[in-house]
Design a protein around this ligand. Structure first.
Ligand SMILES: Nc1ncnc2c1ncn2[C@@H]1O[C@H](COP(=O)(O)OP(=O)(O)O)[C@@H](O)[C@H]1O
Ligand SMILES: N[C@@H](CCOP(=O)(O)O)C(=O)O
Length: 323
């Protein structure tokens, strides 16, 4: 469960007076998510999501995230739309935390991952990339390659207890990935723009088997489009035993290509990008595994699942990622 900050009823009522969205009927913490405190807020008018920003979100960057969601929603992407208060502000403060209200997206995430859903996610991601093109403000990827060495250092002491040899294994992959990264040294750069960067199954909603929207844009950033594809391939195209699912992956990439064709350099970089993507989530999961207090109201995610994916992706470096 991810509710880090409680919201007393009187504070909520005072907060909502600043909006024209009706009076509160109920507000309950949502038992999913990792990063922020989320509440399902019902008012006399409609249902909303109330988010209090915690942990990895830099408050100074919140206008960028909220602006991106507004921009994409206005262009037809099904994503949460930040709700403005009576003074036109989408970012407020509640219980001492930065807070925002967004529209509620119907549907729900699907634990069932099949080839068709992978294809739908690939197409939707490509649409997101194209729709984001006019949003010119850039946000560097705070979880990109420059962040990885420090994250690894912060995991050195506790990482060995998670699995002996894990820290060394991550360090070896890191040493291969960093010099191979697009744009580093003489490596070609790739097409770039606004990416979601966390398009995991729990951030994609389906309704009657059709993709109905995507949520959780708080890792979104300006980076290689193909890196988003790599993150999403890793998140969707492995089974519970961490075996790669080539048919799922091919369906996702083919559907992506039909909306936004990939350049040859993007295809060539995919294995490196997938290795970096798996490394990034291995590191953040390992960091959280080590540093989250045992009584925290959050379900930690297993870093070893991602370490296995990282090893697979690294074995593909230097060659094609897809069969
Ligand atoms: N706009 C939304 N519409 C419907 N449900 C939402 C919305 N935003 C968040 N949720 C619900 O809250 C949960 C956690 O949201 P998420 O943004 O993934 O949290 P976190 O940033 O903490 O990881 C989601 O799994 C979903 O159930
Ligand atoms: N998707 C990341 C963790 C971030 O959590 P989310 O609930 O915001 O998607 C992971 O699986 O490690």
């Amino acid at each position: 469960m991810a509710v880090y900050t409680e919201v007393p009823d009187d504070a909520l009522a005072a907060f909502l007076e600043g909006y024209d969205i009706g009076r509160p009927v109920s507000c309950r913490g949502i038992a999913e998510g990792v990063e922020n405190s989320n509440f399902l807020l019902r008012t006399t008018r409609a249902t909303f999501i109330l988010t209090l920003y915690e942990r990895r979100v830099n408050p100074d960057e919140l206008p960028w995230f909220l602006g991106l969601m507004q921009y994409l929603a206005a262009r037809g992407l099904s994503c949460p739309l930040p709700v403005a208060d009576r003074q036109g502000r989408t970012l407020r403060t509640l219980s001492g935390r930065p807070a925002a209200i967004t529209t509620f997206l119907p549907g729900g995430w699907s634990p069932q991952i099949d080839v068709d859903r992978c294809a739908q996610v690939g197409a939707a991601m490509a649409r997101l990339h194209l729709l984001g093109e006019g949003y010119v403000a850039e946000r560097p990827n705070s979880m990109g390659p420059r962040a990885w060495p420090d994250l690894l250092d912060a995991c050195r002491a506790g990482g060995e207890a998670v699995r002996p040899g894990l820290v060394r294994e991550i360090g070896t992959v890191l040493a291969r990935v960093l010099p191979a990264w697009p744009g580093v040294g003489g490596n070609p750069t790739l097409p770039r723009g606004q990416i979601h960067a966390d398009l995991f199954p729990d951030n994609v909603f389906f309704r009657d088997g059709r993709l109905s929207g995507m949520i959780d844009f708080y890792f979104a950033c300006t980076d290689w489009y193909a890196y988003d594809l790599a993150i999403t391939l890793n998140a969707w195209c492995f089974d519970a035993s961490q075996r790669f699912l080539p048919v799922h992956a091919t369906a996702m990439v083919d559907a992506y290509r039909r909306v936004r064709p990939l350049e040859a350099a993007e295809d060539a970089a995919l294995a490196t990008l997938a290795t970096g993507a798996a490394l990034r989530f291995t590191l953040t999961r390992l960091y959280d595994w080590i540093h989250t207090p045992p009584d925290a109201l959050v379900t930690r995610k297993d870093p070893l699942d991602y370490a296995a994916r990282m090893a697979f992706c690294a074995s593909r470096m230097g060659g094609p990622f897809l069969p």
